[in-house]
Ligand binder design. Structure first.
Ligand code: TYD
Length: 222
């Protein structure tokens, strides 16, 4: 594999609504890159570092109205800073590639478009908390809202009440419709960074669409 590609790490985030099949695709992309000799760190938000995982528990469990939206934004950013400083930046500096299951676009979509926090305020928080740090590439998995929620609910139904991380899935369907539109708008506003991937079809078909985008963007070939 090309030396220039191995010498610097790349940061790829996955985004999308509930049940879009993100975690499956995150793992498949990791496997594909590892198979090509790339050193990959797989991580997620909220979480991805020990303290950030503790904050995650405050965020993903409980009743939908547990937090006011601004508290939620600040908790996500508290976790994000820890994740960046402890996990993402050191890995990139060491030449590793980092794939994160969600990053800051989720805050703009969920807390911004979903819960009405002013986008300009989220942008300011992003600026001072991360020094405006964004991924090299963001893959937005776009799935029909009803289908995604059905999948996500089926996944949670087998867990006990205490294990469920379904606080966001319990929110109303119009919230999820706004989310989908918000991610599509984010992609339109950031065409150099974002790629919308249709979640329609089989797991393999979606994985092929993702690989097509990643390999072209970073000049990788099998
Ligand atoms: P998770 O179980 O990881 O959901 P998913 O499998 O859909 O990624 O839980 C993370 C939840 O947190 C998810 O519902 C999206 C939400 N979230 C926000 O609301 N804002 C954010 O900034 C992030 C990173 C996640």
């Amino acid at each position: 594999m090309n030396e220039a590609i191995l010498s610097r790490g790349k940061f790829i985030s996955f985004e999308g609504g509930e049940g879009a099949g993100k975690s499956t695709q995150v793992n498949l992309l990791r496997d594909q890159l590892v198979g090509m000799g790339v050193d990959v760190v797989l991580t997620r938000e909220p979480g991805g570092a020990p303290g950030a995982e503790e904050i995650r528990q405050l965020l993903v469990t409980g009743e939908p109205d547990k937090w006011v939206p601004m508290t939620e934004v600040l908790l996500f950013y508290a976790a994000r800073v820890d994740h960046l400083e402890r996990t993402v930046l050191p890995a990139l500096a060491a030449g590793k590639w980092v794939i994160s299951d969600r990053y800051a676009d989720s805050t703009f979509a969920y807390q911004g478009a979903g819960h009405g926090v002013d986008k300009a305020i989220v942008q300011q928080i992003h600026q001072f908390a991360t020094k405006n740090f964004w991924p090299d590439m963001t893959l937005i998995l776009d799935t029909d809202t009803g289908l995604g929620l059905t999948r996500a609910n089926a996944r949670e139904a087998v867990l006990s009440e205490l294990q469920r991380e379904d606080r966001f899935e319990k929110m109303q369907e119009d919230f999820h419709g706004r989310l989908r539109q918000a991610f599509l708008d984010i992609a339109k506003e950031n065409p150099e960074r974002c790629r919308v991937i249709s979640g329609a079809g089989t797991i393999g078909e979606v994985a092929d669409r993702i690989w097509q985008q990643v390999s072209v963007t970073f000049g990788l070939s099998i």
